[in-house]
Design a protein around this ligand. Structure first.
Ligand code: DC
Length: 221
């Protein structure tokens, strides 16, 4: 079984996908982490993440591998686990920039599809239901108001001891939302057969229950 969870940043896709993966004993794949890792490579090599020519030229040297250790996803970039280095606000903007480039999306396509072919996954991202897994058994587009998303993301960063102000997170989020939903290639929009789930007024557990109800209904069909 493959489940696609798409939606804007800060909607709680990864918390939801992790919880469902545990409940259903399937693998959780965080695809945003792949774009973040490519962003990290560009930063470490002094490459402007918006420079399509330079990023494309660098891609063949990007040695990225995805491993699952105790069901936890680890990304190795040139042999080193990227860990939390990809989680900073700066890396969010790098990821958003590189993710708009067709060469980067093509580079990551097989990595994402081949995992879903090998095992049952719940995969979160922006184009999972539309591009990566168009035949997914269940597609959920998870969303929430920008304010709710910025509040959650600020708390999440603070928990990781990454300094962040709500106002900055909200404005970074507006930039990313715009980049991600208006880009020419694989924009973050719901698939025609996705179920929309707005969790602005739900807590994490209510979101999990709502998503499980959607999954059960789809699987029973
Ligand atoms: O989900 P995230 O915040 O870790 O994603 C980081 C960036 O990568 C985000 O700006 C959108 C982009 N992304 C994408 O274009 N496609 C995906 N499947 C996942 C993420």
């Amino acid at each position: 079984m493959n489940i696609a969870i798409d939606g804007p940043s800060g909607a709680g896709k990864s918390s939801l996908a992790k919880a469902i993966a545990r409940r259903l004993s399937i693998v959780y794949v965080d695809t945003g982490a792949l774009y973040r890792s490519i962003g990290l490579y560009m930063k470490e090599h002094g490459i402007d993440p918006k420079d399509e020519v330079a990023v494309s030229a660098a891609l063949p040297a990007v040695d990225l591998s995805l491993r699952f250790e105790n069901r936890e996803q680890h990304i190795y970039l040139c042999g080193r686990d990227v860990g939390d280095r990809i989680r900073t606000p700066e890396m969010s903007l790098y990821a958003s920039a590189v993710s708009a480039l067709p060469a980067v999306r093509a580079f990551l396509l097989d990595t994402q599809r081949s995992i879903a072919q090998k095992t049952s996954v719940i995969m979160d991202g922006r184009d999972i239901g539309t591009v990566i897994l168009p035949d997914a058994d269940v597609k959920i587009f998870l969303t929430a108001s920008p304010e709710a998303r910025a509040r959650r993301r600020t708390a999440e960063l603070k928990e990781k001891a990454i300094d962040a102000r709500y106002e900055d997170v909200l404005s970074d989020m507006a930039i990313r939302d715009k980049n991600d939903s208006t880009r020419a290639i694989a924009p973050a929009v719901p698939a025609a057969d996705a179920v929309l789930l707005d969790n602005s007024d739900m807590d994490a557990e209510q979101t999990v229950e709502a998503a499980l109800a959607i999954i059960r209904k789809k699987v029973a069909q």
